[in-house]
Design a protein. Structure first.
Length: 333
């Protein structure tokens, strides 16, 4: 009789245990696929180096999931071996645990980015990074002109500004190393530094993509003939050193004047033949490629045409006519 009662007692304990486990299992399944506790969209940072346990704790503390314990257990039990990626995630309101996991496995991070247009100076790059209040660290030095590759860079909250500058420099180094071996054998550009110098001039002379190789060809022709480059942007850089006036009136805060062409700096390519000593901006990949593969022609002059592009000339007489036409257009504007 006692044995029978003991057996019944053990059976009841086992049954209760199974019911509790079943309830926990149902609760777990519901927490995976049911609405989560997050009341509204929220950006959460998962720092690099955090493991599953630490990530579960962060998500529970931030109110994204109900239970870090269930999160950890389910990640371990699931057959999906994809790692959870670090970064910032904007979890939507009531995101399910399953969807939160998918976001982290696929790396669908909140997109913080900064886009640097071709032709920005290094001073401008530093000023841009200083203005990003979601970054950290001081930038005490201006990187060498022409050493940073303009493009879009992604970052996460509190990333270090100096580290991002280093990433930009590495990107430029990689680009130049890739493209330099493709140069044409008869190019007057002797080394990678000269490549960046001339590419920066091309970048500042035209914003029309289809003109880059043609403009590069003009400067190549001038170098081959021993003619001064006579580039206004180099004169401007000699005056500003890249610290431009950003009020909509050009880098000088006004038009370039005739007297500016008489300012004696190493960057005045009206007074000095050959290339200036350093780049005058940070050129993009397309301008670097244009210098390495310039358009073959016999133009040695160009001037604005009033539409954003330029008109090219072979002789000084032809060029003077184009300049007179441009002055009329500018006066009418």
């Amino acid at each position: 009789m006692r044995v029978k009662k003991l057996f019944i007692l053990l059976f009841m304990v086992l049954l209760i245990g199974l019911l509790v486990a079943g309830g926990w299992f149902l609760t777990t399944i519901n927490s995976l696929n049911g609405a989560g506790p997050l009341p509204q969209n929220k950006i959460v940072l998962i720092e690099r180096g955090k493991g599953v346990s630490a990530i579960g704790d962060i998500l529970e503390q931030e109110g994204v999931i109900r239970s870090a314990l269930i999160f950890k257990i389910m990640v371990k039990l699931e057959a999906d071996a994809r790692p959870l990626k670090a970064g910032e995630y904007e979890f939507p309101a009531q995101v399910t645990q399953h969807d939160a996991l998918e976001m982290m496995r696929e790396g669908k991070v909140y997109d913080r980015k900064v886009t640097l247009p071709e032709g920005v100076t290094s001073w401008q790059v530093v000023e841009t990074l200083k203005a990003l209040t979601d970054m950290s660290g001081e930038t005490t030095e201006i990187p060498a002109e022409g050493s940073l590759l303009p493009e879009t860079y992604h970052y996460i909250k509190n990333d270090d500004r100096a580290a991002l500058l280093s990433k930009m420099k590495d990107a430029m180094d990689k680009t130049v190393a890739e493209l330099w071996p493709t140069r044409e054998a008869d190019s007057p550009v002797k080394n990678e530094q000269e490549l960046l110098v001339l590419a920066s001039i091309v970048e500042k002379e035209t914003g029309v993509a289809s003109e880059r190789a043609k403009v590069a060809g003009v400067f190549i022709n001038r170098l081959n003939k021993g003619m001064p480059l006579q580039s206004d942007p180099t004169v401007i850089y000699g005056i500003t050193k890249g610290e431009i006036q950003d009020a909509g009136q050009g880098p000088l805060g006004r038009r370039l004047l005739t007297k500016d062409l008489e300012v004696d700096t190493p960057y005045n390519t009206y007074m000095n033949a050959g290339l200036p000593p350093t780049p005058i901006a940070n050129p993009g990949r397309a301008s670097i490629e244009a210098v390495l593969h310039p358009e073959k022609h016999d133009f040695i002059y160009f001037v604005a045409d009033g539409t954003g592009g330029h008109v090219f000339a072979r002789t000084l007489s032809e060029h003077n006519n184009n300049v007179a036409r441009w002055r009329k257009i500018r006066k009418s504007q």
